[in-house]
Design a protein around this ligand. Structure first.
Ligand SMILES: O=P(O)(O)O[C@H]1O[C@H](CO)[C@@H](O)[C@H]1O
Ligand SMILES: O=c1cc[nH]c(=O)[nH]1
Length: 296
């Protein structure tokens, strides 16, 4: 009870939540009224324009560092599209600041009593790690496995410990690597993409190269890293793909009480050694489907 009262009364110091002189949140440079409840996250800032090109009206357009935002209307529904840049560390910023914009009173610097639940869908690109998943396929992350370490710094327990243990054991996970955390994505959002995207288990890595088992010039510290990931199997689950943001988005959303899902277009096939760097068509189809299904 004491702890609850303290939480309600707590004034968040300016060092913990930085608000710019114009009243906007530190990194996103957005005012509380400038973000919708339904948010599409993309990695690439240029993809914000691709999504916003579908909007019938654009209300807000802002850009700061890698965080670019457009808020507007599609099918009569207010939506925001925001770029995260690359990596779970950036998503720590985006998710915390989005939640603050909705659930912290910027005048009093206190947590609001009535919380707003956000719907957050990440539309990204990804590399497949199973033979039967091809370039051009779409994979939605039913579970995200974070090997970046971010969620381990937060209190609260939203992780799937049984899957974590199985993954660590079967892959003989290296002691010097961050402990993997596993988070389920939102079931109601998964339903919206059924029939369009394949259900998968996605690893969010803290790098594009060695953390995804890529060797360019430097050797990997872990032996047979990709093979062990490809072979992992637990109660019908297997790892389908790699990307770099979904676990932080799913984990922080769950801790904060929001709904989140990552859906990716496959642009690299790791078991066959192929890639398609010219992927705008498949990403455009993903964007078109997501906009329709989120505004039905
Ligand atoms: O296409 P985006 O959304 O950026 O997603 C993927 O592409 C980037 C790496 O090339 C990482 O951000 C990864 O998650
Ligand atoms: O293989 C890939 C392709 C896109 N994005 C990733 O993070 N990995």
């Amino acid at each position: 009870m004491m702890a609850q009262n303290y939480k309600k009364m707590r004034i968040i110091p300016p060092s913990e939540l930085i608000i710019n002189p114009d009243g906007s949140v530190f990194h996103l440079h957005l005012l509380p009224e400038e973000v919708a409840d339904t948010i599409i996250l993309v990695g690439d800032p240029a993809r914000v324009d691709t999504v916003a090109a579908h909007f019938s009206e654009i209300e807000v357009r802002k850009s700061s560092r890698e965080f670019s935002t457009a808020t507007g209307y599609y099918n009569g529904k207010r939506l925001s599209v925001i770029s995260t840049g690359i990596g779970c560390d950036n998503c720590d910023i985006v998710m915390t600041e989005l939640d603050a914009l909705h659930n912290i009173d910027f005048q009093t610097r206190t947590e609001k009593t009535d919380k707003n639940q956000l719907t957050i869908v990440r539309l990204g690109t990804s590399g497949a790690v199973q033979d039967d998943i091809s370039i051009g396929d779409y994979v939605m992350s039913c579970y995200s496995i974070g090997i970046d370490g971010l969620l381990n710094f937060y209190g609260g327990s939203v992780c799937e410990s049984e899957i974590e243990r199985a993954f660590i054991e079967q892959t003989a996970w290296g002691e010097r690597l961050a402990r993997p955390y596993v988070v389920a994505n939102d079931q109601s959002l998964i339903k919206l993409f059924e029939g369009f995207a394949r259900a998968g288990v996605t690893i969010s890595a803290g790098g594009f190269y060695a953390p995804q088992g890529r060797v360019v010039r430097l050797p990997l510290s872990q032996s047979n890293y990709l093979e062990k990931i490809e072979k992992f199997s637990h109660k019908g689950l297997r790892v389908t793909n790699f990307e770099m943001e979904g676990s932080a988005i799913a984990g922080l959303a769950k801790l904060m009480g929001h709904r989140a899902l990552t859906v990716c277009a496959i642009i690299a096939q790791r078991t066959k050694g192929d890639s398609n760097p010219d992927y705008s068509d498949i990403v455009n189809k993903l964007i078109a489907f997501a906009l329709k299904t989120l505004t039905k």
